[in-house]
Design a protein around this ligand. Sequence first.
Ligand code: SAH
Ligand code: SF4
Ligand code: F3S
Length: 470
Amino acid sequence: MQNLNSLQIELMSSLSGYIIRIREILPSIYPHKPLACVNTYGCQQNVSDSERIKGLLCEMGYDITEDDTKADFVLFNTCAVRGHAEERVFGNIGRMKQLKKEKNNMLVAVCGCMAQQQIICDKVKKSYPYVDILFGTKNIHKLPEYIYKRLTGSPRIFDISDELSDIIEGLPIRRDGKLKGWLPIMYGCDNFCTYCIVPYVRGRERSRKSEDIIAEAKQMIKDGFKEIMLLGQNVNSYGKGLEEDINFSKLLRKINALEGDFRIRFMTSHPKDCTKELIDTVAECEKVEKHLHLPFQSGSDNILHRMNRRYDSKAYLELINYAKERIEGVTFTSDIIVGFPGETYDDFKETLKVVSEVEFLSLFTFIYSARHGTPAASMPDPVSREEKGKWFSELLKFQEEISKRNYNALVGQSFRVLCDSISAEGKLSGKTLSAIEIEFEGDASLLGSFVEVRIDKFTNKLEGTIISKE
Ligand code: SAH
Ligand code: SF4
Ligand code: F3S
């Protein structure tokens, strides 16, 4: 905590004041140790925020449960990126009405990207009277204050103020995993792709100081983490606005130089800011995964322009080809939106062309969803949902053939794999340095270790056998 500025020191002391007060009052409110359940929706950024929220809840004296029917405090950390995500959240918040009736002093809270929007805040205030607390993406550190106030008789709390632009360092963390961990390096986004809600709900881009990131990485390595995932909406623009001489490539090199046998992953890279320097860095840093998640969204230059992506398909393919030349065994994944307003079938075919040229390992594909307040939401959108659905299925089938061919070509090859999970049936799985997932026989004692696996077959997944252990 030695690097905190005066604002942060003030915030931290008010935070610990509330934590102490909650610890004092909880035993008089609940006859048992209170339980908290955190439901997380959306991207890894939210998963990472939830780990900090759980850290705070544990400091306050709660135990964490996965079962919201048992919880005294239920929180929904929400995502606003597509309409579907929002509908699911409202359905689940609705379930709390009955639970609250059955339990004394149960609190329900909503936070995250949905909550940050005024329109949603108003809707919750009006139509979900059993929600006690709603707060925005920049106010996580105020959770103890909200809980304390609500438990001591304050009216319902709605706080989506976002004037605070500082990053709050030093919040406690309760990580979900022991092997793979998230490490946010920046928050927010400045890109304003015309379809996207993220810049409105997450605010302007802010980078963490490299010393804070390195300190967190060192702690993770010390705690036994084997995979560190660096997070940001656009990691390639890391460092903008910081006083130090740093960019994302330099940060990667610093983390790569830390001692230990661990891997570094990162997401998401925006093609407009993905430099040759970064590709060279990935090629040269032995701990950095040989995999790029590089969303291209559409193969049509007209659509890319209207999405405000600021690259064209030629520039994208040049980057891919440079990465293929420079990084041995490199693999790619991407995000694609089908049915952006005004997209024609000819535009869509341009997307298929890029998909066929790059040969992605896998794709994250979405049908366009209009988001309130974004420029694309008011663009003419004549193509029916049904038609978009057909294009979407065509894309899935197209990629499936490519994946099948590429996975089959791997059969017989051997890779160094980090054993990172075990299924209910007792099968181990893990990833190669190029993020290729393989399933194999083995026992839980191997979790967290590196093994050499030979790929035997591809069914709907790659299956292999351990040929040596380290
Ligand atoms: N910052 C990342 C992605 C964040 S959102 C990037 O720029 O790549 C993750 C993905 O959701 C996006 O890449 C996009 O493919 C998809 N997405 C975002 N807004 C969407 C919308 N309105 N409709 C459908 N998909 C959307
Ligand atoms: Fe959204 Fe674009 Fe920012 Fe990604 S880069 S979060 S798609 S605005
Ligand atoms: Fe969703 Fe917010 Fe992430 S909108 S995708 S949770 S940044």
